[in-house]
Design a protein around this ligand. Sequence first.
Ligand SMILES: Cc1cc2nc3c(=O)[nH]c(=O)nc-3n(C[C@H](O)[C@H](O)[C@H](O)COP(=O)(O)O)c2cc1C
Length: 215
Amino acid sequence: MSTLTKMALGLLGQLHGQPASGEVLGEMTLPPAQTTGGLPLMAALQQRHSAREFRPDALPPQQLSDLLWAAAGINRPADDGRTAPSAMHAQEVDLYVALPQGLYRYAPHGHVLQLMKEEDVRRVTGYQDFVDDAPLDLVYVADHSRMKMVPAAMRESYASVAAGAMAQNVYLYCASAGLSTVVRAWFDRQALGQAMGLTPDQQILLTQTVGWPKA
Ligand SMILES: Cc1cc2nc3c(=O)[nH]c(=O)nc-3n(C[C@H](O)[C@H](O)[C@H](O)COP(=O)(O)O)c2cc1C
């Protein structure tokens, strides 16, 4: 769907997702993340970049597992430590994954994807057309109810920093794995919040498309 069509539908309150396709699972078990190897850090930083052309092919389970672990996984189980920092260890940013099979939320404990909605909301995750057909769009969602100890005026800023750190982890993983990605803030917040069925405590901060580069 073109950017103009999305903008027009958004103004009319008619920008919606599509019926889910493929095998819809209530819980998607991921293989354990491969947490060794990959490009050396400095080489990954050298390769990091945004790209906006994607093949529609799904990510194999191992790549999906590694990607989600890089973004938001548990790297120090004894302390419930994560791969990205959060103010006061609040872990207030949830990672949603929009797939053709539906909208899922990544659960770091158990390293699984939990079905939130049996709908393909990819096209609502951004005004740009490539988000519709890329194999997955990540959505970073702050849960303000987990930030009660942070002054109200600081909550959005703290959560945005945490989401930015997660997004950079995704960039570096993609650089290492030969995947393309772009983090995005240009989307219809109202349409996406509705399509995802979010509560008033939840705020969408960023989205990010991931997939194989077009040849
Ligand atoms: C907060 C933020 C929002 C962004 N929003 C978008 C967006 O909506 N669409 C897009 O195509 N790129 C978006 N970008 C990506 C930037 O355009 C990109 O990082 C910039 O052009 C530099 O290119 P590079 O990432 O390849 O270094 C965003 C980047 C950031 C940090």
